[in-house]
Structure formats: C-alpha cells, structure tokens
Write a protein that binds this ligand. Structure first.
Ligand SMILES: [Zn+2]
Length: 256
C-alpha cells in the first residue's frame, strides 16, 4: 500500500482490517458462540467498506498498478541528496515507519522533494509485467508546494538486504505508532538500487482516503531480501499490500 494518508500517517488497508476481524473471530472465547464471533467479523468488514468508499472504489488514478506497457522517454535523472541520520522508528501495527531528520532530498529536473519517511510492505503490491514481489519499500517525499511523491523499491528473494538487516532488531515491540529515537544512523541511500532507471506514473495513496495525484517513481532495478529476513518481517507485520488497480487509460513513462 500506501503511500499512506495525506499526512503520511500509517496506512490501514482494507485487507488488514478484514484479517484483523478474522483474527478477532478466532480469539473470541468459545462460550460466546459463533454468532458473536461473526458479528465481530461483519462489523469489521462494514467499517472497512465505509473507509474505502469514494475514491478508493471509484477513483480512476489509483495505486498500485501492474506496469505492463510503458512509453520510453528521456525522463530527468533522479538526483539524491541523502545522508545518514539518527531516525525515529515506529511500529504502527501494519509496518515499520522510519522518519529521518531534515536534509534528505530528491531532485528531478527543477523539482525538489523532501524525504518525509519510509516504510515497507509485504507483499510488494506494485507489479512489473505481471510479476509480484515479496516486499516493497516506499520512500515518501513532499515538494514545497505539497506535491506528494512516492519512490518505490521492489524486492525479490535473494541475497540479504543490509538496511533491512540493521532495521529488523530496531522495530519497537509495541505496535502503538509512537516514534522512538534510535541512536544508530540510517542512510536512506542504502535503500536505492545501484541503477537509477525508473518508471513514472500518476497514482494515489494506497490507503483510505486514496487521495489521487501522487507522483509514483518505481525503480526498475529490483533489490533482494532473504527468505529468513522476509520471515522475520512477516512475523511482526501482517500482509499489508493493496491489490493492483485498473489503469483507466493511464500511461507509464519509462526512463532508460
Ligand atoms: Zn506505503
């Protein structure tokens, strides 16, 4: 999912709410009976439905998508000014959210964006030529005029990811969304693949209210995590990716 809500608060995709409801069912004491259990389930699903009404159901610029057909263009290069800073890290119950100090910036042509936070999704959500990915990192940026930009890095299974390895032990045990300062610098540049070719399209936040007009930059080169790293992440967080959405005539630009 995400990028998350406009203020980059944690996303709560519908699928998670449904899963939470199912979990609730399994935890209802047997003596309360199946009727109470299913009432809990359907209440959860109804809340989920209402939260996803509007743009989430009817929007024509929704994310994620399957990037299947692209238009090759000479897009401006991505110029990163990222540096290692001490992060604040939160467990919001759906993902680990990492905020860094100021000074991490991305320039594309004459547009400047400030890195607000990054977080992960598993599975990845976005697809490339129908391929699904085990994980995605979303680096959420904002321009001085408030334009939202989500830079996405996708992961397959393979050699270990160094940044994730360092991050996994730092995830707060308590899923309360509180950001805690961690006195170990994190360099967001470590999230980037070596090659900086990218896809670009206009999409949305992937959680309610599914606000549209978000500029998506999807890195063409995919990174890797090990099955063990993935398992450790998934032992803390439930699946939190939204299903791919219809293109509705949108084109995806592709840089060299
Ligand atoms: Zn996200």
């Amino acid at each position: 999912m995400c990028p998350h809500r406009a203020a980059f608060t944690p996303s709560i995709p519908c699928v998670n709410r449904a899963i939470s409801a199912r979990t609730t069912v399994s935890l209802v004491p047997r003596k309360q009976g199946r009727k109470a259990a299913f009432a809990t389930l359907f209440t959860g699903l109804a809340l989920c439905h209402s939260a996803w009404a509007g743009l989430c159901e009817d929007g024509k610029l929704q994310s994620p998508i399957n990037i299947a057909h692209t238009s090759s263009q000479s897009l401006a290069p991505l110029v990163f000014t990222y540096r290692a800073t001490a992060p604040t890290i939160a467990n919001d119950g759906h993902t680990v959210r990492v905020r860094l100090g100021g000074g991490n910036r991305l320039r594309i042509g004459d547009q400047h964006y400030r890195l607000e936070q990054f977080h992960f999704h598993s599975p990845g959500g976005e697809q490339i030529a129908g391929e699904e990915f085990v994980m995605a990192a979303h680096l959420l940026h904002k321009s001085p005029l408030g334009q939202l930009l989500a830079l996405e890095v996708l992961y397959r299974l393979g050699p270990p990811d160094t940044l994730l390895e360092g991050l996994l032990p730092l995830i707060p045990a308590k899923p309360d969304g509180e950001h805690r300062l961690v006195n170990r610098p994190v360099d967001p540049a470590a999230l980037l693949p070596p090659a900086l070719g990218y896809y670009r399209y206009v999409g949305s936040l992937t959680a309610a209210p599914c606000t549209q007009g978000v500029l998506w930059i999807v890195m063409k080169e995919v990174r890797t995590v090990t099955a063990e790293q993935l398992q450790r992440y998934q032992s803390v967080f439930p699946p939190n990716a939204r299903a791919v959405q219809p293109l509705h005539g949108r084109t995806v630009a592709e840089s060299p």
